[in-house]
Design a protein around this ligand. Structure first.
Ligand code: FCB
Length: 449
């Protein structure tokens, strides 16, 4: 297949629907000691033996710090409407109380270049690269970090204002809180139930504190937050409660505070004294209205109760998985979006801010045949169309990722790009999936003329 197909009457064919590609700062930039940047928790974490596959790190990554201009030209060449990137906090505020003009200038060049090439810019303020100096004071376990985030959001939004088309406060607070502070798979590598939930509350507070600041400084931009969400299915009927709980911890714990101003009771009932300390007024701050929510969808969870009554994930025999081991399950995207619509009367419009597949892609003779990824995108676009037909308001879709990059604890082994990166030469090569995406977008542009 050399072109993704959208159903004839799909709302995604309309020119207002935004198609884009996404990346994040630490995963692509490199240049970790350049331009006045100081270390983030990921620089530190990568140095801890055994934490990242093969000892990989983001020191160079895709060298986007130097190659940004050609990368943006490449994005334009794909025919997308928008580019979703993130700003590295330690480039902007390299020390407490210090604003780094060089950091602001780096992103300003990128934003200007995107606009000059007709691309809208979606900027995430926090995609996991917390300044190490804040971690030294407790990181997200310290309530103060939420206030520091609002200060950083102020610096960025005062500088860029409406120049940033769409602001995102946080990317996937679940991952920051639970992989970082509960299970220790991600930076800063802390393990503890209480810690994980406390970090989650401070992250949500950070989001809420930043919202009015962003609105004031960028009144014409859209403002919101991005969640990862995997719908959960019971392995057998007896496991329905396990599935309800899994979904609650996976995404309702993060989405409910924003849209309902409360944490889901089912989780509070289970974690009991591990629940975070919530001060009076916190939930009002967190539930400030957002213009959209971003959903990152990759796969689903199938769960059951084990013999101790704990919830465990099970692998589905015979199902197709990607290289990273995640089941390919497009129907989950439809189910998830419809379930969110049913749960929240006030569900704001949704962007699919990430969706994609990891491969073990080889480039040979300038061709990367990523057949599985091509099918992955095609079937997920259809699943998204089904959700939209069922009445879910979706405004855009971003492929994760523009190019292969540093996949956190998995290092460079897992390639999520629609563009292949040769890390020896920094050569970029469009994979078949990028070509199919581009061809679909060219056709859509023709039809909308
Ligand atoms: C998401 C992250 C993104 C990338 C993809 C595969 O959880 O937001 O940075 O790692 O998964």
């Amino acid at each position: 297949m050399n072109k993704f197909e959208l159903p004839n009457h799909s709302l995604m064919k309309q020119p207002e629907f935004v198609f884009g590609v996404a990346t994040s700062s630490y995963q692509i930039e490199g240049g970790v000691e350049e331009g006045g940047r100081t270390p983030s928790i990921w620089d530190t974490f990568c140095k801890v033996p055994g934490k990242v596959d093969k000892g990989d790190h983001g020191d160079v990554a895709c060298d986007h710090y130097h190659l940004w201009q050609q990368d943006i030209e490449m994005i334009q060449g794909l025919g997308v409407d928008a580019y979703r990137l993130s700003i590295a906090w330690p480039r902007i505020v390299p020390q407490q109380g210090l604003v780094n003009p060089e950091g602001l200038a780096f992103y300003e060049r990128i934003i200007d270049e995107c606009h000059a090439r007709g691309l809208k810019v979606y900027v995430t303020l926090y995609h996991w690269d917390l300044p190490q100096y804040l971690e030294d004071k407790g990181g997200w376990l310290n309530r103060e970090t939420a206030y520091k985030f609002a200060d950083y959001a102020k610096v960025v939004s005062e500088h860029f204002g409406n120049k940033i088309d769409v602001y995102t406060t946080l990317n996937e607070p679940f991952v920051s809180a639970f992989l970082g502070y509960r299970w220790g798979h991600h930076a800063p590598g802390i393990v503890g139930e209480r810690e994980g939930f406390l970090a989650s509350h401070h992250l949500m507070l950070a989001h809420g504190l930043a919202m009015p600041v962003l609105r004031e400084n960028a009144p014409l931009a859209q403002h919101g937050i991005v969640f990862n969400a995997s719908p959960a299915y019971p392995q057998a009927d007896k496991d329905q409660l396990a599935a309800d709980y899994a979904a609650a911890e996976n995404h309702h714990w993060f989405i409910d505070p924003v849209l309902k101003g409360e944490y889901p009771q089912i989780v509070l009932d289970r974690i009991l004294d591990k629940a975070p300390m919530v001060l009076e007024g916190d939930m009002d701050i967190i539930s400030e209205a957002v213009d959209y929510i971003g959903i990152n969808y990759y796969s689903r969870d199938v769960v059951r109760f084990d013999e101790n009554g704990d919830i465990e994930k099970v692998q589905i025999e015979g199902a197709e998985h990607t290289h990273i081991g995640w089941e390919i399950y497009p129907q989950g995207l439809t189910d998830l979006l419809v379930s969110l619509k049913d749960r929240h009367d006030n569900l704001p419009p949704i962007y699919i801010t990430e969706n994609g597949a990891a491969g073990d892609d080889q480039c040979s003779g300038g061709v990367v045949n990523d057949e599985q990824r091509v099918r992955y995108f095609q079937t997920h676009l259809e699943a998204l169309d089904n959700a939209m037909n069922a009445g879910v308001a979706v405004k855009g879709y971003f492929a994760w990722s523009l190019m292969d990059n540093f996949e956190w604890a998995f290092g460079y082994e897992q390639r999520f790009g629609i563009v292949h990166v040769d890390y020896q030469t920094q050569q970029r090569t469009l994979k078949q999936s990028a070509i199919a995406y581009r061809n679909m977008l060219i056709e859509r542009a023709e039809e909308n003329k």
